[in-house]
Write a protein that binds this ligand. Structure first.
Ligand SMILES: NC(=O)c1ccc[n+]([C@@H]2O[C@H](COP(=O)([O-])OP(=O)(O)OC[C@H]3O[C@@H](n4cnc5c(N)ncnc54)[C@H](O)[C@@H]3O)[C@@H](O)[C@H]2O)c1
Length: 306
């Protein structure tokens, strides 16, 4: 357990993430910050009152300022507006860039040693804003999207094959949106390549549904976007860091020559441990060709061996 985790944004993703962090007792204190007066305070009080039932001792605090969050070990940024039907993640750019800039300034001031996990969309650009404004090294500014996209892909595969989600190994890399790349040729079920268990058309349909996984939920909800799986994704990353698990998870990371790219955030396989981003798995494992945008090609066409 670390001393303090702050979640910025007490909306759907943020409040659910704070509850998950507390239930897993990842930190002694969980601080939820939001600009709306009363919301983080009320939600935190409600969450804290679930502690005797759920049996956790992490203390949850809600606030409109950053003083209580000072010295956080990990900060999860979920502040910003969410998509509505018909909107793309890029439509959130201008509003959320301003919000993430404000948040990052406060994080830099009050928690200069924190590891930052960015969730706000459009993800890769918001990671850039957070890194630029805090001036933190790339090891300490990482984005959550690939974990979510991979979870969606695994859930759809488990459903189609009628097997446990635990037995499906997969990775979805690239951007968070229609440029994401589910790595079909690296997908297996307890070691058996998925291509031996499923016909091509079904697999292609699952890849397509994964790409549109967020929009499918927005269409149902009408007033907001997904938050149960996204909050679980952010907390899985926080857990890997806090418990120094050395997990290899698909995260948005600042590339500095890996895969032949430099100076941008992109979803790549990352080793997460106590230092944050400890290593990017480079092209010895995954070829650059597989990370490039699949536009104009079918996803399976990128992996000819499947
Ligand atoms: N990366 C991903 O995979 C992923 C998945 C789901 C959602 N998201 C993104 O996460 C963000 C949050 O989604 P949500 O569903 O929780 O939205 P939400 O509207 O429920 O919550 C957002 C919260 O941010 C707060 N906020 C706004 N400006 C703030 C500021 N300057 N400081 C602190 N708090 C501020 C709002 O008051 C609100 O409570 C959105 O941008 C959404 O697109 C990303």
């Amino acid at each position: 357990m670390v001393n303090k985790i702050t979640v910025v944004g007490a909306g759907n993703v943020g409040a659910t993430a704070a509850q998950r962090v507390a239930e897993k007792e990842l930190a002694r204190t969980v601080v939820m910050v939001d600009v709306v007066e009363g919301v983080p305070q009320g939600k935190a009080l409600d969450q804290w009152q679930s502690a005797p039932i759920e049996g956790f001792d992490s203390r949850i605090i809600g606030t409109n300022g950053y003083e209580e969050s000072a010295g956080s070990d990990v900060v999860i940024i979920t502040a910003g507006i969410a998509r509505k039907p018909g909107m793309s993640r890029d439509d959130l750019l201008n509003t959320n860039a301003g919000i993430v800039k404000q948040v990052a300034e406060q994080v830099k001031r009050t928690s200069p040693n924190a590891i930052v996990i960015v969730v706000s969309n459009p993800l890769d650009v918001m990671c850039y804003v957070a890194k630029h404004v805090t001036g933190f090294p790339r090891e300490r500014v990482i984005g959550m999207a690939g974990v979510l996209d991979t979870a969606r892909y695994r859930a759809f595969l488990a459903e189609a094959l009628d097997v446990s989600v635990r037995d499906i190994q997969a990775m979805v890399l690239g951007g968070h949106g229609d440029t994401m790349v589910p790595l079909v040729s690296y997908t297996n079920v307890s070691g058996i390549p998925v291509t031996q268990l499923m016909d091509r058309a079904t697999l292609d349909a699952i890849v397509d549904r994964t790409r549109n996984g967020g929009a499918e939920i927005v269409k149902h909800l009408k007033t907001g976007s997904a938050y149960y799986a996204p909050s679980a994704g952010a907390v899985q990353m926080a857990e890997a860091i806090i418990h120094d698990q050395k997990r290899i998870l698909p995260c948005s990371a600042w590339l500095d020559g890996e895969y032949g790219m430099k100076g941008l955030y992109l979803g790549v396989p990352c080793k997460l441990g106590r230092k944050g981003l400890e290593k990017i798995r480079n092209k010895k494992t995954f070829s650059r060709r597989r990370l490039q945008s699949p536009r104009g090609r079918t996803p399976c066409a990128e992996s000819p061996q499947v």
